[in-house]
Design a protein around this ligand. Sequence first.
Ligand code: XMP
Length: 334
Amino acid sequence: MQDFIPATLLKFTTVIKEITLQELNPEKFINERIKEIRNAVGDGIAINALSGGVDSSVVTMLGYLALGKRLKSVFVENGLMREGEAEMIYNLFEKLDVEVEIVDARAEFYDALKGVTGPEEKREAITQTFYRNVFGRIVRESNAKYLLQGTILTDVDETVAGIKRQHNVFVQLGIDPHKAFGYKIIEPLIRLRKEGVRKIGETVGLPASLFARIPFPGPALAARIIGEVTPERIDTVRKATVIVERLLESSGAFQYLAILHEDRVTGMRDGKREFGQQIEIRCWNSKDSRIARPTKLSFDLLEQMAEEITNSVPGVVSVTYNIATKPPSTIEAI
Ligand code: XMP
């Protein structure tokens, strides 16, 4: 992997020291992070970017324990989330006494993604809209100086190695968020990998439906669309995702997802030709997402997914199952 690291980035790669699951003492880790957050923020307020994923949910609880009501948790409705996500997250955190503000930025994200087809260009459009436009505005209006976010070590690894520009990695690329966006970023989970994050989530009192949730990427469903991201195409992949997540929930797999392809294929429906869309299903066994293998699902289950998707997702005539490993594949599609 070292070969992929551009020389200018080498100086950033040794800075973060991993805390392995075996080394992790959850209570000690939580107390240290609470102290760090309090020291940084002082008696000010901080904004927290909550996406509902495992990492940002754990950061929300750490931030809340550190700052109480001085933590402003924001869920950005970017139009790229899974079905019913904003409402589900709002209700779940309400039960934990954490108030979540939902900011509707759908139009901004769709505008930024219009006509953008390259994977890295899409990621960059989402990063800029999220950090510069939406959070830039929220931070300015609230007078906060800090943004809390759930970057983990694996996000940094892949970005620095030049594999994928994860949406939330800056300092390790030599980007100063304060200069670029006008606020500082606090990353309490940066030394952990997924298993460690889940352990902390459990210890801070998150329900298993959150801390044991399958990973979901920052660029959300846009990471699962090949080619242009439009509201219609998001709707297609979102509907397929509902089916895939429901049918694979009991599989015990690390992560499972639906991908919408760009190429169309000839299909037939009601005796007529339909030049339709293709959905690819991926279901991964992995420990921490660095390497992954496809799960050996039963053929009956695969057939059931294909049937439900072709019957209830408009325009889809083909469903495939990915059998390649990571590497050379990656978990998401872009
Ligand atoms: P890949 O696709 O690189 O994904 O094999 C590895 C893990 O990271 C998640 N992922 C992301 N998470 N921001 C994130 O916070 C991102 O930009 C991003 N891209 C991928 C992915 O879901 C998998 O668990």
